[in-house]
Design a protein around this ligand. Sequence first.
Ligand code: IMP
Length: 429
Amino acid sequence: MANVTVIGAQWGDEGKGKIVDWLASRADVVVRFQGGHNAGHTLVVGDQVYKLSLLPSGVVRGTLSVIGNGVVLDPWHFRDEVAKLRAQGVNVSPETLQVAETCPLILPLHRDLDALREDASGAGKIGTTRRGIGPAYEDKAGRRAIRVCDLAHLDDLGPQLDRLCAHHDALRAGFGQPPVDRDALMADLREVADFVLPYAKPVWLTLGGQREWGKRILFEGAQGVLLDVDHGTYPFVTSSNTVSGTAASGSGLGPSAAGFVLGIVKAYTTRVGSGPFPTEQDNDVGERLGTRGHEFGTVTGRKRRCGWFDAVLVRQALAVAGVTGIALTKLDVLDGFDELKICTGYRLNGKNYGYLPPHARDQASVEPVYETVEGWSGSTAGARSWAELPAPAVKYIRRIEELIGCPVALVSTSPEREDTILVRDPFRD
Ligand code: IMP
C-alpha cells in the first residue's frame, strides 16, 4: 500500500499531530480532507512547537501539502496561519501548499451563527469551537456556499450572495440580529482573495498525478470517529464525516486511495465539549489524567474531560472507520497508577451492551462495566522498544489489542517524534 490515512478513533485530541509528523517525513504529499480550523494539531520539532489548525502537518517540513475539497476554509484564518508559520521560519508558498478550488468558505456570518446558536441553546448546546464549521457545512449541502473559486469572480457573485444572505438574514432576524452587511462582506472577500488565489488549484489533478507516479500520499484526518456526523455521539458531533472513507471523497480520489488506515487511539479517553462520555472520571483520577496529559484544547484552551479507556467505543470506531492498525498514544500519562480500569461493556436497563446504543439519552445513561488491570510504577516515557516498557504496561497494551480486535502498529511514548515503538510500518504494509 503506497498511501496511509490517519484518523482519530476517539473524540479527537488523540495525539494525531505527532504521528502525522512522523509519517509525513516519509510521505510525498500530505492531505487534509475534512473539517476546518476546528482541529488542533501540535507538532514538536527540535525545540520548536508548531500549532496547526487548518494547514496539513506536512507544511512544516516543506512536504507538498494539500487542503482537499472536503475541508471548509476560513480564508482569513488561512492567511493568519500561513503568516504565523512564516514567522516561525517555515517556508510556506504555493509551491508547497495547494487548496482545492472547490472548498466552501467559512465566512464571518457562519461564525456569528455558530455562536448565536450555542448561546441560545442552554443545556442543549453542543460545545462547538464556535469557528463556524457547522453552519459552513450546512451552506455547502444547501448549495448556498461561496467557494474558493468564487474569489476569482467576485463581481459575478450577485445572485449567489442574494441566496446566501436571504437564508442568513432570516436566521439572524430570529436571533434579533441585523442583516448581513453585504458591503463589508464583499470588501473583506476582495481584501483576502489576492492572498488565497495563488494557492487555489485543481488538487484532484495534482493528487491523481501523484498517485500515478507511485508517490506516497498521507491523508491527515481531523477530530475523531466519535465526532463523525453519521457514526458519532449525535448530535454532540462535528458536521463532517471523520471516517477514512472521507479521505477519498474529500480530496477527489477514488475509494481505493486510503491505503493503510491508521487509527490513533489514546491510552485513556478524553472529550472536549458536551455530550455523553460513559467512562468519564469527574474526580481525582480525571484530574490526574488531565494534569499529566496536559489535557487542554489546542484551539479553544478548554479543559478536556478525562476518563478510563473505553474498549467498547474504540472497537466500534475502528469497525465503522475500517481501521487496519492503531497507534497507541500517551501511554506515559498512565505511569504510576496502582491499577487501571478498562471498560469492556455497558449495562442499560438490566441489559448488557457490547456497543454504544444510538439514542443520546441511552448513551448518557449506560453504566460502564470495568475490568481492573495492574498498573506500573516504572516509567514508559521516551521508550523506543518493548524491552524498555514495564511488564504490566505491555500487558495493558496486549489486553487493549484483544478487546478492540485490532493490532498495534505504533506506540507513542512522548511528544518527541523519535519516542515511538514501531511494530508495523504503515507505509510498508
Ligand atoms: P465544531 O466542529 O466546532 O462544530 O464542534 C463540534 C464538536 O466537535 C464539539 O464537541 C467540539 O469540541 C468538537 N471538536 C471539534 N474539533 C475538535 C478537535 O479537533 N478535537 C476535539 N474535539 C473537537
